[in-house]
Design a protein around this ligand. Structure first.
Ligand SMILES: NC(=O)c1ccc[n+]([C@@H]2O[C@H](COP(=O)([O-])OP(=O)(O)OC[C@H]3O[C@@H](n4cnc5c(N)ncnc54)[C@H](O)[C@@H]3O)[C@@H](O)[C@H]2O)c1
Length: 263
């Protein structure tokens, strides 16, 4: 019951990591409000968890204004909703060929969505001066990704904006914390589409995480466990931090000079 009596809002909570975070928050005694653009799955998830649901497109300012009228006060916001830009199939997102339209589409959800979410949270938490904002960035926010440049740029900007929010709150004398989580490959529907079924499923999965020191995908529940810590009063001295959750991927580099040969 580490989140007892806390009101927590999770964006993009219909499925995947957002759903896992909502589930973990409920298990810790929170009142959780789920939001998403996918009303059908969102409502079904909320019903399964015994929570309320609101349709909210995170990139739409008017949606946040309407949402703020319905949920004017909260303790925890998780800005989780995000897109890679490849949801409808392959597209050119490299720095040479990405269209401005595609670039903006990805940033609208990932970056504008996080900015608007943080702004809502400050208004909703500010009067009490306490709270926790958790921004789901990515490993891609810490390194360059040549063929997903828009995604990487938007996630890097989330990392930096989290620190601006953290410092702004501190300067105001508020105990409102803001931190970013940087997961690498977490097994959700996003990956399932690439992995597919069939006899070579395990081999394909192993190949995808061959460079990950722990040699496996992460689980949505492992992201949720970190979100619970950041949301709880155990993390009240933690703000402006960036937390990698990547099976050791960024601890070293596959491109570094090799180790001495084994005997
Ligand atoms: N899965 C991974 O490997 C991984 C790794 C690093 C970071 N992330 C980040 O974690 C977050 C969740 O990823 P996931 O794998 O669970 O993705 P997912 O695609 O399974 O779920 C994303 C959810 O966000 C919702 N959504 C999309 N656009 C929205 C919008 N405009 N407004 C509100 N909701 C919207 C979708 O309907 C969906 O329910 C994303 O920000 C993603 O970038 C995921």
């Amino acid at each position: 019951m580490r989140l007892r009596a806390k009101t927590c809002v999770v964006t993009g909570a219909a499925r995947g990591i957002g759903r896992a975070i909502a589930e973990a928050f409920v298990a810790e005694g929170a009142r959780v409000v789920l939001t998403d653009i996918d009303e059908e799955i969102g409502r079904a998830t909320a019903a399964a968890l015994g929570c309320e649901f609101h349709r909210l497109d995170v990139g739409e300012e008017a949606d946040w204004t309407a949402f703020a009228a319905r949920v004017p006060a909260l303790d925890v916001l998780v800005n989780n909703a995000g897109i890679t830009g490849f949801e409808d199939g392959p597209a050119s997102h490299d720095p040479e060929h990405a269209s401005l339209e595609e670039w903006h589409r990805v940033h609208r959800v990932n970056l504008d969505g996080t900015f608007l979410g943080c702004r809502y949270a400050l208004a909703a938490m500010g009067p009490r001066g306490t709270g926790s904002i958790i921004n789901i960035s990515s490993r891609s926010g810490l390194v360059g990704i040549p063929f997903a440049a828009a995604y990487a740029s938007s996630k890097a900007a989330i990392r930096n904006h989290s620190k601006s929010v953290a410092l702004y709150c501190a300067a105001k004398g508020w105990q409102i914390r803001c931190n970013s989580i940087h997961p690498a490959a977490i097994l959700t529907d996003m990956w399932e589409a690439l992995i597919g079924d069939g006899p070579d499923r395990d081999a394909r999965m192993a190949a995808m995480v061959a460079d990950t020191p722990l040699k496996r995908f992460g689980l949505p529940s492992e992201v949720a466990a970190l979100a619970v810590l950041l949301a709880s009063d155990e993390a009240t001295y933690m703000t402006g931090a960036e937390l990698t959750l990547d099976g050791g991927l960024l601890a070293g580099s596959a491109a570094s000079p090799g180790s001495p040969p084994e005997d």
